[in-house]
Design a protein around this ligand. Structure first.
Ligand code: DGP
Length: 118
């Protein structure tokens, strides 16, 4: 059984957060440290620590994450100009919270995908 993080407490509403969407498979809430006018995290309700831990039985939740991203992007007025979805994985990916999550970012031009090498 994978270890819980703070995101499980957010999903169960044991600690406050600004929840934008929730259903039986996924929860979406606003990032505590927003990097863009819209910055929402979309997470499976089940604890899956990283992308490397995904299995076939998670496909419904992962698919739902994308349909919820599209729905929230539309609600936030991002669909026309576009937005970015990011999933970080482990150290080199810059993952801080080990409960798989998708960042939905938009509301301004987001620049290049990666910081350029010097
Ligand atoms: P990542 O680096 O991909 O693991 O991103 C983790 C994100 O989670 C980071 O942008 C900040 C956010 N975050 C961490 N703790 C909390 C929290 O307690 N509440 C909310 N709303 N966001 C959090």
């Amino acid at each position: 059984m994978a270890e819980e993080t703070i995101f499980s407490k957010i999903i169960r509403k044991e600690i406050p957060s600004e929840i934008a969407y929730q259903d039986d498979l996924v929860t979406a809430f606003r990032d505590i440290n927003p990097q863009a006018p819209t910055h929402i995290l979309i997470v499976p309700n089940k604890v899956i620590p990283t992308v490397s831990d995904v299995s076939c039985e998670d496909e419904a939740a992962l698919g739902r994450m994308f349909s919820v991203a599209a729905r929230l992007a539309e609600e936030e007025g991002l669909s026309g100009d576009g937005y970015r979805l990011i999933v970080n994985c482990r150290d080199h990916g810059g993952q801080e919270v080990y409960h798989l999550h998708m960042h939905l970012l938009g509301g301004r031009p987001l620049g290049p995908m990666l910081a350029r090498r010097q």
